[in-house]
Design a protein around this ligand. Structure first.
Ligand code: TA6
Length: 293
Protein backbone atom coordinates (compact mmCIF):
# COMPACT_ATOMS: atom_id res chain seq x y z
CA UNK A 1 0.00 0.00 0.00
CA UNK A 2 1.07 3.64 -0.16
CA UNK A 3 1.20 6.38 2.41
CA UNK A 4 -0.20 9.88 2.19
CA UNK A 5 2.73 11.00 0.02
CA UNK A 6 2.32 8.04 -2.33
CA UNK A 7 5.37 6.27 -0.88
CA UNK A 8 4.79 2.49 -1.15
CA UNK A 9 5.20 0.44 2.03
CA UNK A 10 4.51 -3.00 3.49
CA UNK A 11 2.86 -3.73 6.84
CA UNK A 12 3.70 -6.86 8.85
CA UNK A 13 1.36 -8.00 11.61
CA UNK A 14 1.46 -10.88 14.07
CA UNK A 15 -1.61 -12.63 15.57
CA UNK A 16 -1.18 -10.75 18.88
CA UNK A 17 -1.52 -7.39 17.09
CA UNK A 18 2.09 -6.25 16.93
CA UNK A 19 3.06 -4.60 13.63
CA UNK A 20 5.92 -3.18 11.60
CA UNK A 21 5.80 -0.84 8.61
CA UNK A 22 8.57 -0.93 6.01
CA UNK A 23 8.90 1.73 3.31
CA UNK A 24 10.10 0.61 -0.12
CA UNK A 25 11.84 3.98 -0.22
CA UNK A 26 15.11 3.13 1.47
CA UNK A 27 14.00 -0.33 2.63
CA UNK A 28 13.44 1.56 5.88
CA UNK A 29 11.52 0.22 8.85
CA UNK A 30 9.39 3.27 9.67
CA UNK A 31 7.40 1.88 12.58
CA UNK A 32 7.45 -1.08 14.97
CA UNK A 33 4.55 -1.40 17.43
CA UNK A 34 3.96 -3.87 20.23
CA UNK A 35 0.69 -5.76 20.70
CA UNK A 36 -0.75 -2.75 22.56
CA UNK A 37 -0.12 -0.51 19.55
CA UNK A 38 2.72 1.31 21.36
CA UNK A 39 5.35 2.69 18.98
CA UNK A 40 8.82 1.37 19.90
CA UNK A 41 10.88 3.28 17.35
CA UNK A 42 11.42 7.03 17.33
CA UNK A 43 10.27 9.20 14.42
CA UNK A 44 10.84 12.93 14.54
CA UNK A 45 7.69 15.06 14.52
CA UNK A 46 9.54 17.15 11.92
CA UNK A 47 10.58 14.19 9.77
CA UNK A 48 10.53 14.76 6.02
CA UNK A 49 8.79 11.90 4.19
CA UNK A 50 10.06 13.04 0.84
CA UNK A 51 12.44 11.00 -1.30
CA UNK A 52 15.35 11.01 -1.77
CA UNK A 53 16.08 12.17 1.79
CA UNK A 54 15.78 9.44 4.42
CA UNK A 55 13.05 9.94 7.02
CA UNK A 56 14.48 10.97 10.42
CA UNK A 57 13.64 7.93 12.48
CA UNK A 58 12.88 4.22 12.26
CA UNK A 59 15.84 2.15 11.00
CA UNK A 60 17.63 3.73 8.01
CA UNK A 61 20.09 1.35 6.33
CA UNK A 62 23.59 2.76 6.11
CA UNK A 63 25.23 1.08 3.08
CA UNK A 64 27.80 0.98 1.42
CA UNK A 65 29.28 3.58 3.75
CA UNK A 66 28.66 4.42 7.39
CA UNK A 67 29.12 8.09 8.29
CA UNK A 68 31.04 10.40 6.00
CA UNK A 69 34.36 8.56 6.06
CA UNK A 70 34.37 7.94 2.31
CA UNK A 71 33.52 9.39 -1.09
CA UNK A 72 29.76 8.83 -0.94
CA UNK A 73 26.97 10.85 0.67
CA UNK A 74 26.63 10.54 4.47
CA UNK A 75 25.67 6.95 5.31
CA UNK A 76 25.73 5.83 1.66
CA UNK A 77 22.88 5.69 -0.85
CA UNK A 78 20.86 2.56 0.10
CA UNK A 79 18.51 4.52 2.40
CA UNK A 80 17.72 6.93 -0.45
CA UNK A 81 16.90 4.37 -3.13
CA UNK A 82 13.60 2.69 -3.99
CA UNK A 83 13.75 -1.03 -3.16
CA UNK A 84 11.71 -3.80 -4.78
CA UNK A 85 9.88 -6.69 -3.17
CA UNK A 86 11.79 -9.93 -3.70
CA UNK A 87 9.19 -12.65 -4.24
CA UNK A 88 11.72 -15.42 -4.65
CA UNK A 89 14.70 -14.85 -2.38
CA UNK A 90 17.42 -17.47 -1.93
CA UNK A 91 16.40 -19.60 1.08
CA UNK A 92 17.20 -18.55 4.64
CA UNK A 93 17.43 -20.95 7.63
CA UNK A 94 13.95 -22.10 8.79
CA UNK A 95 13.99 -20.10 12.03
CA UNK A 96 14.20 -16.91 9.97
CA UNK A 97 10.66 -17.67 8.78
CA UNK A 98 9.03 -20.11 11.24
CA UNK A 99 6.14 -18.44 13.04
CA UNK A 100 7.07 -15.03 11.67
CA UNK A 101 5.49 -12.61 9.26
CA UNK A 102 8.16 -11.23 6.98
CA UNK A 103 8.90 -9.39 3.77
CA UNK A 104 11.93 -9.72 1.49
CA UNK A 105 13.24 -6.65 -0.31
CA UNK A 106 16.04 -6.28 -2.82
CA UNK A 107 18.25 -3.42 -4.01
CA UNK A 108 20.44 -3.63 -7.11
CA UNK A 109 22.51 -0.80 -8.57
CA UNK A 110 20.96 1.24 -11.37
CA UNK A 111 23.15 2.56 -14.21
CA UNK A 112 23.11 5.85 -12.26
CA UNK A 113 24.28 4.15 -9.07
CA UNK A 114 27.12 2.39 -10.90
CA UNK A 115 28.52 5.82 -11.81
CA UNK A 116 29.03 6.76 -8.18
CA UNK A 117 29.80 3.28 -6.86
CA UNK A 118 30.87 0.97 -9.74
CA UNK A 119 30.25 -2.40 -8.03
CA UNK A 120 27.84 -5.18 -8.99
CA UNK A 121 26.16 -5.85 -5.66
CA UNK A 122 22.83 -7.36 -4.68
CA UNK A 123 21.47 -6.32 -1.27
CA UNK A 124 18.65 -8.51 0.03
CA UNK A 125 16.87 -7.46 3.20
CA UNK A 126 14.42 -9.57 5.18
CA UNK A 127 12.36 -7.80 7.85
CA UNK A 128 10.51 -10.22 10.12
CA UNK A 129 8.09 -9.85 13.03
CA UNK A 130 8.06 -12.75 15.50
CA UNK A 131 5.10 -14.21 17.36
CA UNK A 132 6.35 -12.43 20.51
CA UNK A 133 6.66 -9.14 18.61
CA UNK A 134 10.44 -9.23 18.21
CA UNK A 135 11.79 -7.47 15.13
CA UNK A 136 14.49 -9.07 12.98
CA UNK A 137 16.45 -7.56 10.11
CA UNK A 138 18.68 -9.78 7.99
CA UNK A 139 20.89 -8.15 5.38
CA UNK A 140 22.57 -10.28 2.73
CA UNK A 141 24.99 -8.38 0.54
CA UNK A 142 26.60 -10.20 -2.37
CA UNK A 143 29.25 -9.38 -4.90
CA UNK A 144 27.51 -10.75 -8.01
CA UNK A 145 30.46 -10.96 -10.34
CA UNK A 146 32.41 -7.71 -10.24
CA UNK A 147 35.81 -6.79 -8.91
CA UNK A 148 36.18 -7.02 -5.12
CA UNK A 149 34.47 -4.19 -3.20
CA UNK A 150 34.62 -2.95 0.36
CA UNK A 151 31.80 -1.44 2.43
CA UNK A 152 30.89 -0.30 5.92
CA UNK A 153 27.36 -0.73 7.28
CA UNK A 154 24.93 0.15 10.05
CA UNK A 155 21.31 -0.47 11.02
CA UNK A 156 20.75 3.14 12.13
CA UNK A 157 18.18 2.25 14.82
CA UNK A 158 16.23 5.13 16.42
CA UNK A 159 14.72 3.80 19.64
CA UNK A 160 11.88 5.55 21.37
CA UNK A 161 12.66 6.21 25.05
CA UNK A 162 10.60 8.13 27.56
CA UNK A 163 13.46 10.13 29.12
CA UNK A 164 17.07 9.85 27.92
CA UNK A 165 18.29 10.85 31.40
CA UNK A 166 16.80 7.59 32.72
CA UNK A 167 18.26 5.29 30.08
CA UNK A 168 21.36 3.13 30.42
CA UNK A 169 23.10 0.67 28.15
CA UNK A 170 24.58 -2.55 29.49
CA UNK A 171 27.07 -4.57 27.48
CA UNK A 172 29.49 -1.86 26.37
CA UNK A 173 31.43 -1.61 29.61
CA UNK A 174 35.25 -1.49 29.34
CA UNK A 175 35.14 -1.53 25.51
CA UNK A 176 37.18 0.76 23.28
CA UNK A 177 35.27 3.29 21.21
CA UNK A 178 35.95 5.88 18.52
CA UNK A 179 34.63 9.25 19.66
CA UNK A 180 33.14 11.21 16.77
CA UNK A 181 33.11 14.29 19.00
CA UNK A 182 36.89 14.15 19.23
CA UNK A 183 37.95 13.38 15.64
CA UNK A 184 37.24 9.66 16.07
CA UNK A 185 39.89 9.46 18.80
CA UNK A 186 40.10 5.96 20.33
CA UNK A 187 38.99 5.94 23.96
CA UNK A 188 38.06 3.30 26.52
CA UNK A 189 34.69 3.06 28.25
CA UNK A 190 34.75 3.10 32.05
CA UNK A 191 33.53 0.11 34.03
CA UNK A 192 29.83 0.69 34.55
CA UNK A 193 26.72 1.01 32.38
CA UNK A 194 26.58 3.86 29.86
CA UNK A 195 24.29 6.75 30.88
CA UNK A 196 23.49 10.03 29.12
CA UNK A 197 24.02 13.59 30.27
CA UNK A 198 25.23 15.21 27.04
CA UNK A 199 25.79 14.61 23.30
CA UNK A 200 27.16 11.15 22.55
CA UNK A 201 28.40 10.05 19.14
CA UNK A 202 30.58 6.95 19.46
CA UNK A 203 31.41 3.73 17.70
CA UNK A 204 32.02 0.97 20.26
CA UNK A 205 34.38 -1.65 18.87
CA UNK A 206 34.29 -5.46 18.95
CA UNK A 207 31.14 -5.60 21.03
CA UNK A 208 29.38 -8.64 22.51
CA UNK A 209 26.43 -9.85 20.44
CA UNK A 210 23.87 -8.90 23.10
CA UNK A 211 23.31 -5.34 24.31
CA UNK A 212 20.59 -4.11 26.70
CA UNK A 213 19.09 -0.62 26.39
CA UNK A 214 17.18 -0.08 29.63
CA UNK A 215 14.45 2.55 29.68
CA UNK A 216 14.05 2.86 33.42
CA UNK A 217 11.12 5.28 33.29
CA UNK A 218 9.13 2.95 31.01
CA UNK A 219 10.29 -0.15 32.94
CA UNK A 220 11.26 -1.86 29.71
CA UNK A 221 14.43 -3.01 28.05
CA UNK A 222 15.33 -3.33 24.38
CA UNK A 223 17.48 -6.46 24.12
CA UNK A 224 19.53 -6.19 20.94
CA UNK A 225 21.14 -9.34 19.55
CA UNK A 226 23.32 -9.19 16.50
CA UNK A 227 25.55 -11.32 14.29
CA UNK A 228 28.08 -10.18 11.74
CA UNK A 229 27.96 -6.67 13.24
CA UNK A 230 31.01 -6.28 15.51
CA UNK A 231 30.56 -2.58 16.29
CA UNK A 232 27.81 -0.58 18.00
CA UNK A 233 27.15 3.09 17.22
CA UNK A 234 25.61 5.10 20.06
CA UNK A 235 24.25 8.53 19.20
CA UNK A 236 22.23 11.17 20.92
CA UNK A 237 22.53 14.70 19.44
CA UNK A 238 21.49 16.45 22.70
CA UNK A 239 20.26 20.05 22.64
CA UNK A 240 22.75 22.00 20.50
CA UNK A 241 22.92 19.50 17.61
CA UNK A 242 19.12 19.02 17.77
CA UNK A 243 18.61 22.70 17.06
CA UNK A 244 20.91 22.40 14.03
CA UNK A 245 18.76 19.66 12.41
CA UNK A 246 15.73 20.99 10.51
CA UNK A 247 14.01 17.59 10.56
CA UNK A 248 14.37 17.14 14.31
CA UNK A 249 12.53 18.89 17.14
CA UNK A 250 14.60 20.92 19.63
CA UNK A 251 13.51 18.79 22.60
CA UNK A 252 13.23 15.44 20.83
CA UNK A 253 16.69 14.29 21.91
CA UNK A 254 15.08 13.52 25.28
CA UNK A 255 12.94 10.80 23.72
CA UNK A 256 15.30 8.95 21.40
CA UNK A 257 18.57 7.05 21.33
CA UNK A 258 20.35 5.51 18.36
CA UNK A 259 22.01 2.17 19.11
CA UNK A 260 23.15 0.75 15.79
CA UNK A 261 24.50 -2.70 15.02
CA UNK A 262 27.30 -1.80 12.63
CA UNK A 263 30.49 -2.66 10.74
CA UNK A 264 32.72 0.41 10.98
CA UNK A 265 36.25 -0.32 12.25
CA UNK A 266 36.98 -3.16 9.83
CA UNK A 267 34.94 -2.70 6.64
CA UNK A 268 33.94 -5.86 4.75
CA UNK A 269 35.57 -6.80 1.45
CA UNK A 270 33.70 -9.20 -0.84
CA UNK A 271 35.33 -11.01 -3.72
CA UNK A 272 33.16 -12.02 -6.73
CA UNK A 273 30.47 -14.47 -5.62
CA UNK A 274 31.04 -13.85 -1.88
CA UNK A 275 28.17 -12.83 0.41
CA UNK A 276 28.04 -11.12 3.81
CA UNK A 277 25.14 -11.49 6.26
CA UNK A 278 24.36 -9.03 9.04
CA UNK A 279 21.59 -9.95 11.48
CA UNK A 280 19.87 -7.74 14.03
CA UNK A 281 17.13 -8.78 16.40
CA UNK A 282 15.41 -6.55 18.94
CA UNK A 283 13.01 -7.78 21.59
CA UNK A 284 11.41 -5.61 24.26
CA UNK A 285 11.15 -7.17 27.71
CA UNK A 286 9.87 -5.75 31.00
CA UNK A 287 12.99 -4.45 32.77
CA UNK A 288 12.29 -6.40 35.93
CA UNK A 289 13.32 -9.55 34.04
CA UNK A 290 16.48 -8.08 32.71
CA UNK A 291 19.27 -8.52 35.23
CA UNK A 292 21.50 -9.93 32.50
CA UNK A 293 20.87 -9.82 28.77
O1 TA6 B 1 25.01 8.12 14.49
C1 TA6 B 1 26.16 8.56 13.96
C2 TA6 B 1 25.93 9.70 12.98
O2 TA6 B 1 26.90 9.67 11.99
C3 TA6 B 1 25.93 11.03 13.73
O3 TA6 B 1 27.19 11.64 13.64
C4 TA6 B 1 24.81 11.80 13.03
O4 TA6 B 1 25.29 12.42 11.87
C5 TA6 B 1 23.83 10.68 12.75
O5 TA6 B 1 24.64 9.61 12.31
C6 TA6 B 1 22.70 11.07 11.83
O6 TA6 B 1 23.12 11.06 10.51
P1 TA6 B 1 22.03 11.49 9.39
O7 TA6 B 1 22.75 11.47 8.11
O8 TA6 B 1 20.91 10.46 9.45
O9 TA6 B 1 21.53 12.84 9.83
Amino acid sequence: TSDWNGNPYVILRNPQGASARISLHGGQVMSWKNEHGEELLFTSSKAVFKPPKAMRGGIPLCFPQFGNCGSLEQHGFARNKVWAIDNNPPPLPPNDSNGKSFVDLILKPSAEDLKCWPHSFEYRLRVALGADGRLSLISRIRNVNGKPFTFSFAYHTYMSVSDISEVRIEGLETLDYLDNLFHRERCTEQGDALTFESEVDRVYLSCPNAIAVIDHAKKRTFVIRKDGLPDVVVWNPWDKKSKAMTDFGDEEYKHMLCVDGAVVEHPITLKPGEEWTGRLEIVVVPSSFCSDH
